[in-house]
Ligand binder design. Structure first.
Ligand code: KG4
Ligand code: ZN
Length: 353
């Protein structure tokens, strides 16, 4: 059983084909990131226009790489939320049209849920991909760390989960991106902060971890502000110095130490709560998903501190992609989940788990 997954929630136009919820056959991603870089963040109108140009070639290539014709595809799965409205619309309209024209069942996928499903890909025909050795076992603790979400979720089974907690303000990826701006690193910030952090001392500065009323909730906006104040203090200025003047006044060693100290605390914030959730709920597996799941410090801390082995997905499957949507689509088919109506499926930009 093969499912085509389509993903256009932000700046990646992506499509992938997955077989039986475990075998990766293709994963094609076209990013408009370069077009947004000079603006320092994703510009929704540019992202939407780029999706229009890329969607057909990306889907065609995903089928080609998977060596599939439309005959071989059993269902279409598409991200309908959360994300940017204009971006979501392109993927959803493409999927609805194809579902009608090719007479395929259509499944509406929650992007955030999708991120975790790359952990079920245990094999595939693509070279240069690392597959997890075995599928995760329920109950599963899911850690979602992306540009838009930071959540802990307990899965008792497929489609049977409880949201344990989430960020009350910025997502962890957003905090990485904001710290990148403070120290003058180009967009996309997260990966650049992470690279520079390798040259810094993670214990150079003491930064605060937010105390939350919800046991499994997070907050990253205080940490981000603490980084701003720290950077201002490092150049001998007070809080009135505009952040735009910081990059030229901080030296490389200060920037690296700020990046490393921030990264350590941001990651610890997530891992501390994940350990607490492991103690309370005794999951059989712990999985991570979302752009920040590519972060090596997060992987290191999880590997060292979580009381059970954690098998990490391929770096190329952490950012937004179509394979994750196709994988969750497969489980929707296999578990008789409701289909979407191709004549009326609407986008849900603020969809939550
Ligand atoms: O999942 P994703 O591609 O898009 C959303 O659904 O939001 O996540 C993007 C986020 C961005 O904030 C980006 O800076 C961050 O993931 N990111 C990283 C790394 N790679 C991407 N953050 C920290 N370390 C990384 N290596
Ligand atoms: Zn995402």
């Amino acid at each position: 059983m093969k499912v085509l997954g389509i993903e256009t929630s932000c700046d990646e136009t992506a499509a992938g084909v997955v077989e039986d919820g475990k075998r990766l056959l293709s994963n094609v991603v076209s990013s408009s990131m370069d077009l947004h870089a000079k603006y320092g963040g994703v510009v929704p109108e540019i992202a939407a226009r780029s999706h229009i140009e890329a969607i057909t070639p990306v889907i065609t290539q995903a089928l080609d790489v998977a060596k599939c014709t439309w005959e071989d595809i059993d269902a279409i799965a598409v991200t309908y939320g959360a994300g940017l409205g204009g971006s979501l619309l392109i993927g959803v309209l493409a999927a609805r049209t194809l579902a009608i024209a090719k007479q395929k069942p259509l499944y509406a996928i929650n992007h955030v849920e999708g991120h975790l499903y790359v952990n079920f890909l245990t094999e595939g025909s693509l070279e240069n991909y690392k597959y997890v050795s075995t599928a995760p076992q329920f109950p599963i603790l899911g850690i979602i760390v992306s540009g838009g979400h930071s959540q802990l979720v307990l899965f008792r089974n497929h489609f049977d989960y409880t949201l344990l907690g989430q960020t009350q303000d910025d997502a962890i990826g957003e905090a990485f991106d904001k710290v990148a701006k403070i120290i003058g690193l180009p967009y996309p910030g997260g990966v650049n902060v992470s690279r520079l952090a390798e040259q810094g001392d993670p214990k150079a500065f003491k930064l605060p971890k937010a105390k939350m009323s919800g046991k499994y909730d997070f907050s990253f906006s205080g940490l981000k502000t603490a980084v701003l104040r720290l950077a201002q203090a490092q150049v001998g200025a007070d809080f009135t110095l505009p952040s735009t003047q910081l990059p030229e006044r901080l030296d490389e060693a200060q920037k690296a130490d700020i990046a490393a100290s921030f990264q350590r605390v941001a990651v610890e914030t997530i891992v501390d709560k994940a350990i607490q959730a492991c103690e309370e709920f005794q999951p059989k597996s712990v999985i991570i998903g979302g752009g920040v799941a590519a972060n090596t410090e997060l992987r290191r801390q999880l590997g060292e501190r979580i009381p059970l082995p954690v098998d990490f997905p391929d770096m190329k499957l952490c950012g937004d992609n179509g394979a994750m949507i196709a994988t969750l689509g497969c489980y929707k088919v296999m578990h008789d989940q409701p289909q979407a109506d191709p004549r009326s499926l609407e986008i849900a930009p603020n969809l939550s788990m």
